[in-house]
Ligand binder design. Sequence first.
Ligand code: GLY
Length: 254
Amino acid sequence: MLRALTRQVSTTFAECELTFLDRQPIDVEKAIAQHRAYEACLTELGVRITSLPADPEFPDGVFVEDPAIVLDELAIITRPGAESRRGETESIAQALSHFRELLYVDEPATLEGGDVVRIGKTLYVGLSRRTNREGIMQLTALLKPFDYLVVPINVNGCLHLKSGVCWAGGDVILANREWIDVAHFHDFKIIDVPADEPSAADVLPINDQLLVPANFIRTRELLEAKGINLRPVDVSELQKAEAGVTCMSLVFNV
Ligand code: GLY
């Protein structure tokens, strides 16, 4: 069975970190409603949700993907590159401790789960504004006994690796080559996001369905043409905080 850890949208959500986007007014009530619909979509797909309460101390707390990397054997608690987000790890670790052994990365490492694309036993890890070389080195060392291959990839022009490349199920990845060098994905069929939808690569496979942001219409058409079953979700208000569809859940087998 799949379980997803989520966290409710904070009342302070509009004070979120922004790295590549300009700040726009955010309708927090609308973000809360969209987040509920996102959770409902996961539930419809058979995923059991563990939902943590919002914490006003952490405007970005809804983005639970970043404080942890959950694998079948263990979970790594990260050290977010954004200082304002470091305190998010405590409650995530507490919640995950019911399901996984926990391992930690330490200072001076920085590492965020949004920089980790897992495909089978390979972890592609973005070297980004949020994840540094030390973070990738510590992750590699922690995973050594578990037979994972860690592949560093430069991230240029977007927040996280997953902002620019994601696994779309099977042998398909969706990518923005302006931001990510896809040379490491030579074994996959690569679908390029349209130039006018640069952030559309962030997609979330759940069983045989693919969650996609509803507003990336041309990307949806490309994916549908390949026979991929899509579940569009409206995350437009959350996108103003540099959200994708992956960052609002930690999905794992239990
Ligand atoms: N606003 C999402 C982040 O910067 O982590």
